[in-house]
Design a protein around this ligand. Sequence first.
Ligand code: GRF
Length: 248
Amino acid sequence: MSPAGQGGHRALPVVPVRHPATPGTSPHLGVVVLVSGSGSNLQALIDAQRAGLPIDIRAVVSNEPAAFALQRARDAGIPGEVLDHRPFHSREAYDAALAGLVAGFDPGLIVLAGFMRILTADFVARYRGHILNIHPSLLPSFRGLHTHRRALEAGERVHGASVHFVTAELDGGPVVLQAEVPILPQDGAEGLAARVLKLEHIIYPCVVAWFAAGRLRLDATDRPALDGQILTRPLRLGVDAPCPGRPA
Ligand code: GRF
């Protein structure tokens, strides 16, 4: 694909977004996973799909050609696509190309799994209610980067991860499910990150499963609803939400 930034803007066809499955009536939910790095959350979804999560991961798209996540996709027989951001002159041009690439896979859900780019409002609007992200903090605390180090520096006692719907506000979309991790006196950023990541691998497939079953939606006013109930605060793993694979 030629970068839109080099050949001017291309008009993209508007592709209707498929809605998640109505329980018991429709085929598996088509999913595109966007990545930039190691892809351990992608792996958790691949493993969950193998274990019966009713999704069809149709493609993994990386902005980083060397991302290990692409290897994971190859190993799982999933098409891996590289859309390097470097040749593009603007975020808008990149996201227009990304939208075109993603639309070709006709997903009902886009999963951001360590995708280290800020999406434009246009991209987000196009897939409103159909993009999930995982962020390594208890949002709204510590949006952005270096969350583990910042949580330690702030003297927090509890840290964690959040799965949220994506809106135009960076790491600001409504949170569905969080997992908490106690911060121990001896913790450094790396050890803390590893403990948080383990729980990420539980809560992300869990939320994707709710979405795939048609149980989770974003309503017209950007509030998430699970089983028809508006979530007025994030659910917490082990407190409100039973998720398969959660440690005892
Ligand atoms: C995770 O910590 C995720 O929360 C954040 O980026 C990291 C990605 O890790 N958004 P991986 O590539 O899934 O291993």
